[in-house]
Design a protein around this ligand. Structure first.
Ligand SMILES: [Zn+2]
Length: 284
């Protein structure tokens, strides 16, 4: 699943390479991914129009065409977008493609056909699930200590991992960066928000800023094609069985409500005795 740093990289890349290009053809190969609120099929409506803007908003990527129409993409779990140039091979599992006037193609691909493409009039986003309900933008000046503390206070019984991962509260932190943030803050993922000490709250807040900034920098510096997920900089995510980069303890993976969570049981000790079985340490 692409996360905020990935989407910002894709956005910036498309602004540079797709904006001001004219669409010579639009192909919908998997109609199941398309939600058409315009009426006219995109094959007919988009042809000869020019891409005028690219933006990202939470998990959504928004491609504006001719200032009046929008393709709003949610890549979901396995969706990818490829900018296919002449010698490149298409990724496969193409659900929709835009042919551009420079001979390149934007392929929207998903082997599971779960990605969603909303075709709407510009700004008509009310029918797009989740888009208008996004929480505070964690990269904006509005995301302050006070804002973050208020959200913790509003949801004292929520586990911190679920809270920072909730896009209607914070816009937006996905599963991978949520693990990285709690590792940086040295907080156990199941800790209830209401039990965090003041210094722990500050650590989580600082880690959100630092980890996301590092991620944005790492993805930009990797300069990979936009369909490649850059994860080499991650310290615990998908590193089950590897030593913790801080203390050497073996990193664990746990399933929490259907999600995989990666953490270091020594750096991120559980708060209460009820979680003692997570650590394998003998009781004192
Ligand atoms: Zn550790």
């Amino acid at each position: 699943m692409p996360e905020l740093p990935d989407l910002l990289y894709i956005r910036d890349y498309l602004r540079q390479h797709a904006t001001n290009r004219t669409i010579t053809a639009a192909e919908v190969r998997q109609p199941v991914v398309l939600r058409n609120a315009v009426g006219d099929p995109p094959e007919r409506a988009l042809k000869t129009l020019t891409i005028t803007g690219v933006d990202s908003h939470g998990p959504f990527l928004r491609i504006t065409v001719s200032s009046t129409l929008e393709l709003v993409l949610n890549l979901m779990l396995s969706g990818r977008i490829q900018h296919q140039r002449k010698p490149d091979r298409p990724l496969g599992h193409i659900c929709m493609a835009l042919h551009l006037d420079d001979g390149t193609r934007l392929n929207m691909c998903d082997e599971n056909k779960m990605l969603k493409i909303y075709f709407v009039h510009t700004g008509s986003t009310s029918a797009i699930p989740g888009l208008d309900a996004l929480g505070v933008d964690i990269l904006s000046p509005g995301f302050t200590f006070e804002e973050f503390f208020r959200r913790l206070g509003d949801h004292p019984r929520m586990q911190i991992r679920a809270l920072i991962n909730d896009h209607s509260l914070l816009n937006s932190i996905g599963n991978a960066y949520a693990d990285e943030i709690l590792f940086a803050a040295r907080i156990h993922p199941k800790t209830l928000a209401g039990t965090l000490e003041p210094d722990e709250r500050e650590r989580v807040f600082a880690a959100i800023r630092d980890v996301m900034a590092d991620g944005i920098r790492a993805v930009a510096e990797a300069r990979q094609p936009i369909h490649v997920k850059v994860r080499d900089h991650m310290r615990v995510r998908n590193r089950k069985g590897e030593p913790c980069p801080r203390c050497g303890t073996i990193i664990r993976r746990e399933g929490v409500r259907g999600y995989d969570v990666f953490y270091c049981p020594a750096c991120q000790p559980p708060r209460r005795r009820v979680f003692i079985d997570w650590t394998n340490k003998p009781e004192a």
